[in-house]
Ligand binder design. Structure first.
Ligand code: TRP
Length: 441
């Protein structure tokens, strides 16, 4: 079988950015940052992104591109049989993430539907919170939306790499970017907004604690789609001429820019409308309707915003599903269509438990967390950092030569950051991640 490939370098960058930019930047980043006190956490996040994030992005893409295989095969290619276990863990990680990711993806569809009515166009934060809480704790309604989201994800993956992912990614992300810019202007000009800007941008280091460092690291992994082989899989569809380092830098830069812009869009409004910044996972869904209610043509903006948020989530969920399905395609030569369908159904079932754990099954907790929280914690705080350790070790110790050769400039010269990358992959990154993990035990 001929391996699927991207149509162009731009197509690859857009698809990788489409994977990275999603609920992580627009749903998770603002509420986690707000919960952790704002500015100082933002700084920690940026440090994680521009040290670990950028090098792990390059490492993953390069390993995928050279081996032309998805994670299990890629680890085996460079490290032999025992390393392929890391790939398996990545596949499981992708499965678990998508299970709860699709639940939140379903919330975005619910809010598109809600935007057509006028109940959410109010600046009454208490009422908006009640709508959100009422919906996510309902035992039945979120499951329908979760099913629709999962089915659409599977639908795109069924269509294959070229026709499915690339086309969707190319078109709508630019529109989202401009919409966010417009919404920032509205948010910043609300009375009382400046307090939110200060909260978001002024670091207060007295708030920093050990848990926050792990939180920032997990969020960086999640937002950049790192640590489970997602970028490896996308890298494996890249032809050999493509310059990876530039592509990786573009993806990291774009995603981080969106995170910061989203922070500027949401936090000022949180303060303007008197919502508690530590509100939690409803922050984006609760506060944005309040912003729309203060905007001419607000309903139209609401529909457009939630639709584009849904598209952003879909291009990310597709990348997760692609990791899971390409594993079965590459390892067992199974056909794409049945694999996608079966996996979608299994993830849907796990997602049902995740959704119910927010409402009907609230009393069942593990380590003080709902099942939803456990899935989130186990993936972002344990599995992805583990994947980050392994991929840097792989590149630093087993795959340095081919990776270095691949990353050389067209004239054979090595780029300036080369010298940094090897010791970083060999020692610094694995130790740093390990330290952050251990500190939390
Ligand atoms: N980065 C995506 C987001 O922010 C989610 C995602 C897609 C992801 N693929 C991933 C997270 C792989 C971790 C690993 O919405």
């Amino acid at each position: 079988m001929v391996r699927a490939a991207w149509g162009s370098r731009v197509g690859f960058i857009l698809a990788a950015a489409g994977s990275a930019i999603g609920l992580g930047a627009i749903w998770k980043f603002p509420y986690v940052t707000a919960q952790n006190g704002g500015g100082a956490f933002l700084l920690l996040f940026l440090v994680m992104v521009f040290t670990l994030g950028i090098f792990i992005m390059i490492a993953e893409m390069a390993v995928g591109q050279i081996s032309q295989q998805s994670p299990v095969g890629a680890y085996r290619y460079f490290g032999g049989r025992s390393w392929s276990i890391v790939g398996y863990i990545g596949v499981v990680c992708g499965f678990l993430i998508l299970s709860f990711y699709s639940v939140v993806g379903g919330w975005t569809i619910f809010y598109i539907v809600k935007s057509f009515g006028d109940t959410i166009l109010t600046s009454d934060a208490v009422r908006l919170k009640a709508i959100f809480d009422g919906f996510i704790t309902d035992p039945v309604e979120p499951l329908w939306y979760h099913a629709v989201f999962m089915a659409l994800t599977a639908g795109v993956v069924l269509a294959g790499v070229q026709k499915g992912i690339e086309r969707v990614s190319k078109s709508l992300m630019t529109l989202l970017f401009f919409l966010i810019l417009v919404l920032i202007v509205r948010s910043l000009t609300l009375p009382g907004a400046s307090e939110g800007v200060m909260y978001f941008l002024m670091p207060d280091f007295s708030k920093v604690n050990a848990g926050m460092v792990l939180e920032a690291m997990g969020l960086a992994f999640f937002s950049l789609s790192l640590g489970m082989g997602c970028m490896m899989t996308y890298g494996s569809y890249v032809s050999n001429e493509t310059n990876l380092a530039n592509s990786a830098a573009c993806v990291v830069g774009l995603t981080t820019a969106i995170c910061i812009l989203v922070g500027l869009m949401i936090l000022p409004a949180v303060f303007a409308f008197g919502l508690n910044p530590a509100e939690g996972s409803g922050l984006t869904f609760i506060i944005m309707p309040a912003v729309f209610s203060h905007l001419a043509g607000g309903q139209l903006f609401a529909i457009l915003f939630f639709f584009l948020l849904f598209v952003a989530a879909l291009t990310s969920s597709v990348s997760l599903m692609e990791v899971v399905t390409s594993f079965f395609i590459d390892e067992f030569d199974m056909p794409r269509i049945p694999v996608s369908i079966v996996m979608a159904i299994l993830m849907f079932v796990v997602g049902i438990a995740a959704s119910l754990s927010l409402g009907a099954w609230k009393e069942y907790t593990f380590f003080g967390k709902s099942f939803f929280g456990v899935l989130d914690y186990a993936t972002s705080h344990l599995m992805m950092p583990f994947g980050g350790i392994m991929v840097t070790l792989l590149v630093g110790w087993r795959a340095w030569r081919p990776v270095a050769a691949r990353l050389a400039l067209p004239d054979g010269e090595s780029p300036w950051w080369w010298r940094v990358m090897r010791p970083f992959c060999r020692y610094i990154a694995p130790l740093l991640i390990l330290l952050v993990l251990l500190q939390n035990l």
